[in-house]
Design a protein around this ligand. Structure first.
Ligand code: ADP
Ligand code: MG
Length: 591
């Protein structure tokens, strides 16, 4: 994407026009922007004309004349007063329209940017999602959510200030060409000389953004580790460590505030100085028309104040540009990792066939999986054991289609997994992860996971997952659960996660150490459930206890990303039960 290249490659060369272009991505209509410009110009003309009438009345009063001659036409004082009043009302009406449109666009920009970010996030694949640090995401969705809306509001304000500046200055030129043009040239040179401020502002604002994201990352870490920090008494040490990020953020914040506030002040002073210089010139040259001089001074003073507003807005844009760039970069990167399926619906989700599959994590060195050849026939119950870090979870993620082999390929009933229809695949395969999470919602909603399953299905799944009694104890299916309150024990959460998987009636069930937190009795009952699925559901069970894999049709031993044994449980146990691999032994069943 061209826009994101501009932002990331040459952030400092970023122009206003590019910021505007990028904001338009969220509010694609062009017509409202045209209305904003037209109403702004109309309002400026009204303001300029009313200012002229006001000076004419004022100078007429000073000279004690009831009417004034303007361009050969004599106009009565009362007519001019009425005209000024009508023009001011017209200006208000036009600005009303202007502000309404800009407020609507800003609100649309806010909503559409948020939606675009969330949509890009859920549409990206798990490999990308799992790498996403939450800090940046939270920042853009919460405190910076209105960045696009703010930009649109600032842009409309800039159109208004710009139109006023041009029209007021233009009128002054028409009334007093030589002096005003001279002042304009001097003012233009000064504004040009102040340009480095823009770059400085953008840079310090970007520093602020980066430091704040690091700080948010800390906050996120903190909330997830409060219990352990409390138990080790290391909370204060955590705060002290994260203070480095806070110091950086504070420094960048001070610099940004200073730069955004001082520039308009400098400009204001220069503008007033130019006014004084103009009057000095007029005094030297001498002027015969007091009305014209008065009008020019008034118009120029108003022009200076619009110029100041324009500059303030420019600084606001500079301050916010890094956030818009960061938003767009994130959306583009997520889009570049969009999860893609294919058009094909294989005859069945099994057999699965892995051919020379390797997997390399972006962050990791070396392969988590290496030259895996595996045929998983339909209906088989496969156990996977091996030392921690051996690649079991990675292999399950590959089988689930959540991670794509970085070498070799996986076939689903003969079809390369990349060509398989994703919606179909997701409805057939269920993964019970090593550590499940809760969503804010009822027990039922937590089992349903927004799939729209019917309540009877949810109830049956809970029953099969040995969860019914627990659900009764905590108050039924409609009891609200929260991600934060630890409403469920580890074992309950594990069974909730199994209920989630079973509720969709999967044809392939992948379980990642599903019984590690269960007591022996519950595990035995769960084994019976898995037993009842034998043959009709293809199962892959990663487990520690022999009792679980001993019931499997076949057991793999995975070590350092390679399959080092593959056969019936009894053979594998004979081979590894006592000797162990890499200091690891199959844990003997305690019963
Ligand atoms: P197991 O489930 O057998 O304990 P994993 O599949 O989780 O093992 O991990 C296999 C290897 O891949 C380990 O060396 C681990 O450090 C590495 N790994 C796992 N997840 C990631 C990740 N998200 N990024 C980088 N490396 C990872
Ligand atoms: Mg694991």
């Amino acid at each position: 994407n061209r826009m994101s290249l501009v932002f990331s490659g040459q952030g400092d060369a970023l122009r206003l026009r590019q910021v505007f272009g990028s904001v338009q991505r969220f509010v694609p209509e062009r017509r409202p922007f045209a209305f904003i410009a037209i109403s702004a110009v109309g309002a400026s003309v009204c303001e300029a004309l009313s200012l002229i009438f006001i000076t004419l009345v004022a100078t007429g009063l000073a000279a004690d004349k009831a009417s004034t001659e303007v361009a050969g036409v004599t106009i009565a004082r009362n007519t001019m007063l009425a005209a000024a009043a009508v023009l001011l009302l017209a200006r208000l009406a036009l600005m009303w329209v202007n502000v309404r449109i800009s407020a609507r666009l800003a609100a649309e920009g806010l909503a559409s940017a948020r939606r675009a970010l969330l949509h890009a996030l859920v549409s990206s694949d798990w490999q990308r999602q799992s790498r996403q640090p939450p800090g940046q995401l939270f920042d853009l969705l919460s405190s910076r959510a209105d960045i696009v809306g703010m930009m649109i509001a600032i842009m409309s304000a800039m159109v208004v200030s710009g139109a006023n500046l041009i029209i007021l200055a233009g009128l002054s030129v028409a009334l007093q060409p030589v002096a005003v043009l001279g002042l304009g040239v001097v003012g233009g040179i000064l504004a040009w000389a102040l340009r480095p401020f823009n770059r400085l502002t953008r840079k310090s604002s970007k520093d602020l953004m980066v430091a704040s994201e690091a700080y948010l990352e800390d906050a996120n870490d903190l909330t997830h580790n409060l219990r352990d920090l409390a138990s080790f008494g290391s909370g204060p040490a955590f705060v002290a460590a994260s203070d480095a990020h806070q110091v950086r953020a504070t420094r960048a914040y001070r610099r940004t505030r200073m730069l955004t506030s001082i520039l308009p002040q400098i400009y204001q002073t220069l503008g007033m100085a130019l006014g004084v210089a103009g009057l000095a010139v007029a005094a030297l040259v001498g002027t015969d028309d007091l009305a014209v001089l008065g009008a020019v001074v008034l118009l120029l003073l108003r022009a200076v104040s619009y110029g100041q507003q324009l500059l303030s807005s420019t600084q606001s844009v500079n301050e916010r540009a890094p956030y818009v760039a960061s938003l767009i970069e994130l959306i583009d990167d997520l889009d570049a990792h969009r999860q893609t399926g294919g058009p094909e619906v294989p005859a069945a989700p099994a057999p699965l066939s892995l051919q020379q599959v390797g997997y390399r994590y972006e962050a990791g060195d070396g392969r988590a999986l290496n030259a895996i050849d595996l045929e998983l026939p339909e209906g088989q119950m496969l156990g996977i054991v091996g030392p921690s870090g051996g690649g079991k979870t990675t292999l399950l993620h590959v089988l689930a289609g959540l991670r794509h082999p970085t070498e070799g390929e996986m076939l689903v009933a003969g079809v390369p997994v990349g060509r398989v229809d994703l919606a179909w695949w997701r409805s057939k395969v269920a993964l019970v992860p090593q550590a499940a999470g809760l969503m804010t919602g009822t027990v039922a909603a937590n089992i349903d996971m927004l799939r729209g399953l019917d309540p009877e299905q949810l109830r049956r799944a809970a029953e099969r997952a040995q969860m019914e009694r627990d659900i009764e104890n905590i108050g039924g299916f409609d009891t609200p659960l929260s991600r934060h309150a630890q409403a469920l024990s580890g074992g309950q959460l594990q069974r909730l996660s199994i209920a989630r998987a079973l509720a969709g009636d999967p044809e392939i069930l992948l379980l990642d150490e599903p019984t590690s937190a269960l007591d022996v009795a519950t595990e035995e009952r769960l084994s019976e459930v898995l037993e009842s699925l034998r043959g009709s559901v293809t199962m892959v069970i990663v487990a520690h206890r022999l009792s679980t894999v001993a019931a499997c049709d076949r057991v793999l031993v995975l070590d350092k990303g390679r399959i080092i044994a593959d056969g019936p449980p009894s053979d594998v146990l004979d081979q590894f039960g006592r000797t162990g691999v890499s200091g690891w032994e199959l844990v003997e069943d305690p019963t």
